[in-house]
Design a protein around this ligand. Sequence first.
Ligand SMILES: [Fe+2]
Ligand SMILES: [Fe+2]
Length: 370
Amino acid sequence: MTEIQTETSGKNYLYAVSYNEQHLAQIKQAAHSFYRARTFNDPHELLDLLHKKAPSALVVDGRLGGMSGADFIAKVRTFLSGDMLPIVYTPSSTHIEAHDPSKDYPGVKVLEKPYRRTELLHAISSQVNSSIESEWNDIEPVQQAALKNTLESFNSIADLMSEGNPVAYEDVTANCAPLLKAVQDQNYKEMLSGVRGHDNYSYVHSMRVATLLSLFGSAIGIKGEDHMTLTAGGLLHDVGKMVIPHEVLNKAGKLDDKEFGVMKSHVTHTLEFLEKTQTLPKGVIIIAGEHHEKLDGTGYPFGLAGKELNQLARMATIIDVFSALTDRRVYKPPMSPEKALGIMGSMTGHLDQTLTLIFKEMLLDSVGDL
Ligand SMILES: [Fe+2]
Ligand SMILES: [Fe+2]
């Protein structure tokens, strides 16, 4: 089998092939927050490209120009294995009756038309992340449950947001319970390293923020429901990013003014979604609404300053900055915690330095790599 290079400019490429322009446009639209989508009418052109570059995943329609989707998959599998390229096959029922390539080839998931946007995203995500998610089965049970439950929560929130429905806070707390238990038992290292390879960056970041904010809470003696508020607030703090286009969310360079405006709107999108849930603790809203504020008043979206920012908002900001710096992104490796803390120590107009110092001491006390 030939060596295939993945896209060097970003592994999060999704290719889709169909005879139907409208279907391709729908796929592009559905994936826009998660992947850089490229669409193809001509299966031969795509085959040529796949010989040179493999994307993260491929969506293959039942009917293509000049060949069937099943025949196309058979050709792809002669040089790209299921491990190298996960495929979502989107036939109509008549195509699947004629031939089901998922029976012949590994790494092919069938999603029959018509499907909902979230079904396509779940199908792609489960294919792309199948190896990392199966590695979670070897992790210690509470940490494994923390990973699986927070991912489930995150995916269900994507559904609720796209349907315009509110999230039930008790569902979020039930899914966050293993994570909180793991933090309380100081038993969290494997889940923090286990989440890193997942390709849904918003999920990875949110799960890390939930864990670190919860750890920060332990360090300053927060208990009970307030501790759960930190955990759930961390998981929910950026859900509005699910509507921000991938190009803006994952841009390697500096955002221009227009792009920065789009990026900033994630806070408003998050608040609009969370405020549909009447029973949400106020603390969750503060974490989501104020984690981009700065002490000197130059943050967003409210431009709050000094005393207008309470301890919870200050903690959320510290954890969000630390996580963003130490996250692995498609365009940058993770920064070491030491270097991140050094940078944060100089962000005096942005971060509360007393709390930053407490966070730093907490990290120094913990053993191993965060
Ligand atoms: Fe944010
Ligand atoms: Fe964030």
